[in-house]
Design a protein around this ligand. Structure first.
Ligand SMILES: Nc1ncnc2c1ncn2[C@@H]1O[C@H](COP(=O)(O)OP(=O)(O)OP(=O)(O)O)[C@@H](O)[C@H]1O
Ligand SMILES: [Mg+2]
Length: 475
């Protein structure tokens, strides 16, 4: 096999196994490497945690339920890739993923979101995810059915008024009409498929949105209890339809969607979604340090912080949460917590919760060399983003190595002097650097090649960087 063919095959293979959530830890790290620079320890830990879930799926039944997920705490300053790692991991695993902020929760009985809501959120998400997959599966069939419905509207089938007494001669007429109709229909089908009828406006019956009455009567907070009046009563009511005018082109989409909904088994989809949440769900709890009260501080907000931890505990330990789709067990959901832990330490968390997050990984703060790479290497690297954006205005923007190095150097410097916000600094610096070009294109500059080298970077940014007050506000 040629080298190229081999690489291609390997890549296809990875994509295929990625879809099935079967990547090995090393492959997971390699995939994460495409988006995140450095932070090898964190990548390694999450890769192991993810693979362990696959391993768990494959052990014998008796022991499977005993195996607990390796919940992880990512510790590190702001803007070093904690959220990014979790997000990319979830995408790799094609797993339902939600991110919540621990500080948004408050103790039971206080105003704020209750902790159960994160399980409801991830379940909602999984249901949407599974349903859209199922919809995609039946898409072809749904399109054919939509086509039939459009043809019905365009050329209504011949009326069978057939008075009994005229039945004799009518039979023949009827058959003739039927044949005519069929052949017209086929002609129309051809034109429809060729897109020749796309602009024509037709009237389509579409299900009208649930009756507004329901929403008026639904007491506030019902959703929070995990129920939804619409779901309970909605199915008992006959579906209402209303007529809407639209182009044939739009009708193709709308009707295909509707037919697809009829084709998929909603109950099965919900069951699958719940199973997916229970076995592969990832919940990312951000800012966990904000609910880690400093010990010995006694009363005040710390009490409620600890309260939040106590509320979190059953969910992380494994409990059953009522959602509008049914009960969801949280035992095997993977929890990844993260926090800067500046003024508190993981050991300030209540012991039970610490025990539930056995893996601690520290992410290091980023320096100049990291920034050079972050600017250029990841698939979503900022420089690639801006190059693509300006390309739409016919401006070819090129960063020289020295230019990139200078941006990284300034980012590091401002992080040291003002506040360390990690890689987020690159965003503010690049927007400031490119502001003029972004504003002047395409009116003043167009069809142009712009080279950004260190001289230009210095010229644009040095005044701001050397003035602490300025950089505090601008960069
Ligand atoms: N190591 C890295 N490699 C590539 N990009 C990074 C890295 N670290 C941070 N970034 C980029 O910086 C931005 C912020 O990163 P992220 O959201 O992961 O920060 P965080 O560590 O979660 O910070 P916080 O504690 O404030 O939530 C993202 O846009 C991300 O792409
Ligand atoms: Mg974050």
């Amino acid at each position: 096999m040629s080298k190229l063919a081999e690489t291609v095959k390997k890549h296809v293979d990875i994509i295929k196994r990625k879809d099935q959530g079967e990547l090995t830890p090393r492959e997971i790290v390699r995939e994460l490497d495409r988006y995140i620079i450095g932070q090898d320890n964190a990548k390694k830990s999450v890769a192991i945690a993810l693979r362990n879930r696959w391993r768990r799926q494959n052990v014998s039944d008796e022991i499977r339920d005993e195996i607990l997920p390796n919940n992880i705490i990512l510790i590190g300053p702001t803007g070093v890739g904690k959220t990014e790692i979790a997000r990319r991991l979830a995408r790799l695993a094609a797993a339902p993923f939600v991110k919540v902020e621990a500080s948004k929760f408050t103790e039971v009985g206080y105003v704020g979101r209750d902790v159960d809501s994160m399980v409801r959120d991830i379940t909602d998400l999984a249901v949407t995810m599974v349903k859209s997959e199922k919809t995609a599966e039946v898409q072809d069939k749904a399109r054919v059915m939509a086509e039939e419905r459009i043809l019905d509207i365009l050329i209504p089938p011949p009326k069978r008024t057939g008075f009994r007494q005229q039945q004799q001669d009518n039979d023949e007429q009827l058959q003739k009409a039927e044949e005519d109709h069929q052949s017209t229909r086929e002609k129309f089908r051809e034109r429809l498929r060729a897109g020749k009828l796309d602009e024509r406006v037709i009237e389509v019956d579409v299900p009208s949105d649930a009756s507004p009455m329901m929403q008026v009567f639904g007491p506030v907070g019902v959703e929070e209890m995990g129920m939804n009046l619409q779901d309970i009563f909605g199915n008992l009511m006959p579906k209402k339809y209303k007529k809407r005018k639209m182009s044939v082109n739009e009708a193709k989409e709308v009707l295909a969607q509707e037919e697809a909904q009829k084709l998929i088994d909603h109950d099965a989809a919900i069951r699958e979604a719940i199973e997916r949440v229970e076995n592969t769900g990832i919940i990312f709890i951000d800012e966990i340090d904000k609910v880690a009260g400093e010990k010995g501080k006694g009363s005040g907000p710390d009490v409620s912080r600890e309260g939040v931890q106590r509320d979190l505990l059953p969910i992380v330990e494994g409990s059953t949460v009522q959602t509008k789709y049914g009960m969801v067990k949280t035992d095997h959901i993977l929890f990844i917590a993260s926090g800067a832990f500046h003024s508190s330490k993981p050991s300030d968390l209540i012991p039970e919760l610490q025990g539930r997050f056995p893996i601690r990984v520290e992410l290091r703060s980023l320096g100049e060399d990291d920034f050079v790479q972050i600017l250029t290497v990841p698939q979503n690297a900022l420089i690639k983003q801006y190059t693509a954006l300006l390309k739409t205005e016919n401006i070819d923007i090129a960063f020289t190595d020295s230019g990139i190095r200078e941006i990284a150097r300034i980012a590091t410097q401002v992080n040291e002097q003002v506040e360390n916000i990690g890689a987020r600094r690159l965003h503010t610096i690049l927007t400031t650097l490119l502001e003029e070009i972004l504003f002047d294109a395409p009116d003043v500059i167009s069809d142009k090649k712009v080279t950004i080298d260190d001289t230009m970077v210095k010229e644009k940014l040095s005044i701001i960087v050397t003035d602490r007050d300025l950089s505090r506000y601008i960069l």
